[in-house]
Design a protein. Structure first.
Length: 353
């Protein structure tokens, strides 16, 4: 394996603590520094306890390290990554690459000019269940995929800085996952709400169309108290239900393993029996922490240029640009009256029915 790669971690919030744990245990990396101006230093027995803590990024100019992991708030990504690029350091930055497409493009151009690698942490690419779904689709189990229905909800963030919202925080995961499965996409429609804080989008619904044909609906919110991360894919042979958290993948269809003839008598009992005998295939998924898989691939990329499924360049920009266009589409919708008048009679040109 060779010498460990010396890495520093910037930010030890929710995602940062996961990176702290994994880099501290990794055979590929040696965690030599942590930058966080407000966090309390971990106890020596805690993960990262032997790493030096720094209050600001400027302190890293005197530190010998190979790469940095950026887990700071989205609004800071552009400035933090640009500083690291100036130091000629490789970077893994949490998704999204930046708050805007323009900022993301600036980051990538600076990295190209400096000759350093910038990777964006779209971690669901490494979720074993996403990999399994890709196998299911390529294996023809679903037939032709028609529609993808993504749900990613749960929990208002502890802090929300200006420039962040539920689309940049959550929807970019599923936008990237959809693109990785079907190719280029475009926004067909979008709706969004600011339910709790004025001006901060916390609920959104996006409709996407892919150049290959399949469509998708992406629902995200910070309102639902329970975390849910699911995907339902409808195909011409069946329906696949996937859970990102449980890493489960099941396919339901009428004739997946054997042809099932419907009962001749259309009684309610026969309908129930037909429903019970519908084929159900549970695919085996080797469970592993997606962030750990991504970290291993990042090490391989730094050592020998093997990017694998890492999110680079245009893919990182596309996720932000699709989210931006969804925001623009939602903003173009006129404000609706708080209590629309109920029509006395239904007519073909009525707005509210």
């Amino acid at each position: 394996m060779g010498k460990k790669l010396r890495v520093v971690l910037l930010g030890i919030g929710r995602m940062g603590r996961n990176h702290l744990r994994l880099t501290s245990e990794s055979p590929d990396f040696e965690l030599v520094g942590v930058v966080d101006p407000v966090a309390k230093r971990p106890l020596p027995s805690a993960p990262g306890g032997n790493a030096t803590f720094y209050d600001d990024i400027a302190s890293l100019r005197s530190v010998d390290f190979d790469a940095a992991i950026v887990a700071t708030p989205t609004a800071t990504h552009r400035d933090v990554v640009l500083e690291l690029v100036k130091m000629k350091k490789h970077v893994l930055v949490e998704k999204p690459i930046a708050s805007t497409f323009a900022q993301g493009r600036e980051v990538l151009q600076a990295a190209a000019d400096a000759g350093v690698k910038v990777v964006v942490g779209h971690v669901e690419r490494f979720n074993p269940v996403v990999r399994k779904l890709r196998e299911v689709i390529r294996g023809g189990w679903l037939g032709d995929p028609i529609h993808f229905s993504f749900t990613r909800v749960g929990g208002y963030p502890e802090t929300v800085l200006e420039g962040n919202n539920v689309l940049l925080d959550l929807a970019v995961h599923d936008i990237d996952a959809f693109r990785s499965l079907v190719g280029p996409v475009r926004v067909e429609a979008s709706m969004a709400h600011s339910s709790l804080r004025p001006g901060v989008l916390d609920t959104a619904e996006i409709v996407l169309e892919s150049a290959a044909g399949p469509t998708a609906s992406v629902h995200v919110n910070w309102i639902t108290p329970t975390k849910i991360r699911t995907l339902r894919v409808t195909g011409t042979r069946g329906v696949c239900f996937m859970d990102y958290i449980l890493q489960s993948c099941e396919l339901y269809g009428g004739n997946l393993t054997q042809r099932i003839e419907p009962a001749s008598a259309e009684s309610f009992e026969s309908i129930q029996e037909h429903y019970r005998t519908t084929d159900r295939v549970t695919f085996g998924v080797t469970k592993e922490e997606p962030l750990l898989i991504q970290l291993k691939q990042f090490a391989a990329y730094l050592r020998n240029g093997d990017a694998g499924e890492l999110c680079l360049g245009d893919d990182a920009l596309a996720a932000v640009l699709v989210a931006e266009r969804a925001m623009q589409a939602a903003a173009r919708k006129p404000e609706r009256p708080s209590t629309p008048a109920r029509p006395d009679a239904i007519s073909a040109d009525a707005t509210w029915l």
